[in-house]
Design a protein around this ligand. Structure first.
Ligand SMILES: [Mg+2]
Length: 288
């Protein structure tokens, strides 16, 4: 994917600057901990991880949709009201420098403009509360729950952007914003992001993993490990826009983030079996 090509797309036809869709997952991509764990602790429920693992084994729901299922069907989560979801959002520990990332994307890169969206299976209320004042509520696509007007109880689930559900939301946003499918950049951390990353890659978009999840590392075009959300811009500048390292360092410095460490590693997974040695080279990873 390079923005310099003369591909005929909707953005060129309208004569505007090249327009990118920059979409990000929320739990453990923009935050350190999982919304479900924070909510479970808040309401004093038990065994969230075990319940999630149990659901994952049955493949009853898309990976990432476990909390939505528990909110609707687990007796311990029946007490959850909208206020608990908002409080969960306030308690979630965010990764560093999200406002800086949003600011850079708003300013644009090399004359290209970006629309930033969050697509996550975490409840919409949680993400909107966590990113209040940073990301506009209408740029956040989380799980949409419906509540009883009288009791406040969760009565139904209207949408869950998990697994293939994320692809559906992404296509909806790209159509609404009139962004060509090869102008999509997606950042995620877990199994719930596999479908959307494969989809974005297939359409010549750019995908970034921010975790050590090996399955995802095989799919994502780059992996970045950092406590700063701003770090994901590094492979974008390098791979999508072709910036040299000195220019990248200057930009990071202008945002008050002098790159202390920036290590490119290449990981080999070597497995010894009965037959010949199997060697899998993973994509390059960046540790910032
Ligand atoms: Mg996640």
């Amino acid at each position: 994917m390079t923005h310099a090509t003369n591909t005929t797309n909707i953005t060129n036809l309208t004569g505007s600057a090249t327009h990118y869709l920059f979409a990000s997952d929320f739990d453990q991509t923009l935050s350190f901990n999982d919304s479900g764990s924070v909510l479970t602790e808040l309401i004093g429920a038990s065994g969230f991880e075990d319940k999630v693992a149990g659901l994952a084994r049955t493949n009853l729901v898309h990976q990432g949709a476990e909390l939505a299922y528990l909110l609707r069907h687990d007796p311990e989560f029946r007490t959850v009201r909208r206020k608990h979801l908002i409080e969960t959002g306030h308690r979630v520990r965010l990764k560093g420098d999200i406002p800086r990332l949003v600011d850079l994307l708003q300013r644009g890169i090399d004359g290209c403009r970006f629309s930033f969206y969050v697509i996550s299976a975490a409840p919409q209320e949680v993400i909107q509360a966590a990113l209040e004042g940073i990301v506009a509520p209408d740029h956040i696509f989380g799980t949409v729950l419906e509540f009883d007007d009288t009791t406040g109880e969760i009565t139904s689930i209207a949408r869950v952007p998990a697994g293939f559900g994320k692809v559906a939301v992404l296509e909806e946003i790209a159509a609404r914003e009139q962004i060509a499918l090869d102008r999509i950049i997606y950042v995620g951390d877990g199994h719930s992001d596999l479908h959307i990353m494969l989809h974005v890659n297939n359409r010549d978009g750019f995908t970034i993993s921010v975790s050590e999840n090996m399955r995802l590392a095989r799919v994502a075009k780059r992996t970045v490990l950092s406590e700063s959300a701003f770090s994901v811009i590094l492979p974008v500048l390098e791979q999508v826009f072709g910036w040299h390292s000195s220019r990248i360092r200057t930009l990071f410095k202008s945002y008050g983030l002098p790159l202390q460490e920036w290590e490119l590693i290449r990981t080999y997974l070597v497995t010894f079996g009965q037959g010949p040695v199997t060697e899998t080279a993973l994509d390059t990873s960046l540790i910032v």
